[in-house]
Design a protein around this ligand. Structure first.
Ligand code: PHE
Length: 434
């Protein structure tokens, strides 16, 4: 069977950036930067991205590019007959777990987009969020819709589905977020938001800051879960890895920064405390839209529509990469057709996602290590599976791949891949365990 490939370096970067740019950029980065030293955090983040995240990215990408296989198959080729290869199954499972809960949030975004289109938010918008997530039916319907959209793109294939969707979406996402940021920055009182994001504050910087920055760079660049590997396996032999790595990291950070300028100035202009996570986009922002709507009803509706559209599309470009990782596995290792693979994985992730969704309502009593199902899935993957996957990838790239080839492809980063990254990642793993 002929392997499908992305057309050129630009479309590879667009696809990788699509996977990278997502909810992590919108709801975690702005808050994290603001809380952990502003510009100081951003500098530390860039430091972590270049010295730690990039070598992992290059490891995953070179494994994909040279084995021309999806994630488990690639690992099997590098560890033939070794029991260690079974660890590779983590990288098949991780993106599917993320997809399950990510799709729930994608669903909420669809619901908020719908509300924005249908007439805007009501006065009691903040409590509306709590009511939405704890109600059993609507979130499930929206989760189903989000997963169907994701499946539709993946079903269309690497070139006509994934490549085409990202090639259009990434420029659109940048245009949208810039429009929102320009608007947000012109609001009276917005300067305090800029200060919150940028003012270097070293009193908030400590060892923890590095751990946060590393965790954020892992999640944001989609590392350690086989998505980078899978997309790289659709690279042609002459595609440049360094260019892809730097390009992806650059666009990912740029988007996170602009998202910060889209969100925080508006939050401060409205005179409220910035929150993080879901609360920031599903409570704080709708509240601002309602407040703005009193004086500027049309503009407020428009910005609200554009904003939730941005979130839905950004989430989709990420969820597609998660589903594709599983589809490539079933297709190559188990002989499933693309259609059958998508159908099976739809059923699996829909079910786990439904449990995650219900864990805010009817199943809120179910706790695993003190966490509800949704948070447990997130913690399990973000704190453990991603880190284990990353460790496996740097080990394979640094010690199992052809050294000459790796040096040629990754240049100075090779030293990090081989000697530095494994220890740093292991240290992160231990610190998460404790
Ligand atoms: N990078 C995505 C984000 O920032 C999330 C993601 C994680 C995507 C892992 C694919 C794989 O939201």
């Amino acid at each position: 069977m002929d392997r499908e490939h992305f057309s050129n370096d630009i479309t590879v970067i667009m696809a990788m950036a699509g996977s990278a740019i997502g909810l992590g950029n919108i709801w975690r980065f702005p808050y994290m930067a603001g809380q952990n030293g502003g510009a100081a955090f951003i500098v530390i983040y860039i430091f972590c991205a270049v010295l730690l995240a990039l070598p992992i990215f290059l490891s995953e990408a070179s494994i994909g590019k040279y084995t021309q296989s999806g994630t488990f198959g690639a690992i099997e080729k590098l560890l033939p007959g070794s029991k260690l290869r079974w660890l590779g199954m983590i990288t098949v499972i991780s993106p599917l777990i993320i997809l399950s809960y990510y799709s729930v949030v994608g669903g909420w975004s669809i619901k908020y987009l719908y509300v924005s289109l249908a007439g805007g938010f009501g006065e009691d918008v903040a409590s509306e969020y709590g009511r939405l997530v704890s109600s059993p039916v609507i979130p499930l319907v929206c989760h189903t819709l989000f997963l169907l959209l994701t499946s539709g793109v993946v079903l269309a294939g690497v070139k006509s589905g994934i490549e085409r969707f990202n090639k259009i979406s990434i420029p659109v996402l940048f245009v949208l977020i810039v429009i929102i940021a320009v608007y947000s920055l012109t609001l009276p009182g917005s300067a305090a938001g800029v200060e919150y994001l940028l003012k270097p504050d070293f009193s908030n910087v400590g060892p923890k800051t590095f751990i946060y920055a590393m965790g954020q760079s892992f999640f944001s660049l989609s590392l350690g879960v086989g998505t980078v590997l899978t997309y790289s396996s659709y690279m042609k032999k002459d595609a440049g890895l360094m260019k892809t790595g730097f390009g992806t990291a650059f666009f990912d950070l740029l988007f996170a920064l602009i998202a910060g300028f889209a969100i925080m100035p508006a939050v401060f202009a409205a005179g409220i405390e910035p929150g993080s996570g879901p609360g920031l986009i599903f409570e704080t922002l709708p509240y601002i839209f309602v407040k703005m709507g009193i004086t500027l009803p049309f503009l407020s509706r428009l910005i609200s529509i554009l904003f939730f559209l941005t979130i839905v599309v950004a989430a989709l470009t990420s969820s597609i990469s998660m589903l594709e990782t599983g589809v490539a596995y079933l297709n190559e290792e188990k002989g499933f057709s693309r259609k059958k693979a998508v159908t099976v994985l739809f059923a699996l992730t829909w079910t786990l996602g439904a449990l995650c969704s219900l864990s805010f309502g009817p199943l809120s009593g179910v706790k695993i290590f003190g966490l509800n199902i949704f948070s447990f899935c997130d913690a399990l993957v973000s704190n453990f599976f991603m880190v284990m996957g990353a460790l496996l990838f740097v080990y394979l790239a640094g010690w199992r791949m052809d050294e000459g080839q790796m040096r040629k492809e990754t240049g100075a980063a090779y030293f990090f891949i081989r000697y530095v990254s494994p220890f740093v990642i292991f240290a992160i793993f231990l610190s998460n365990l404790l």
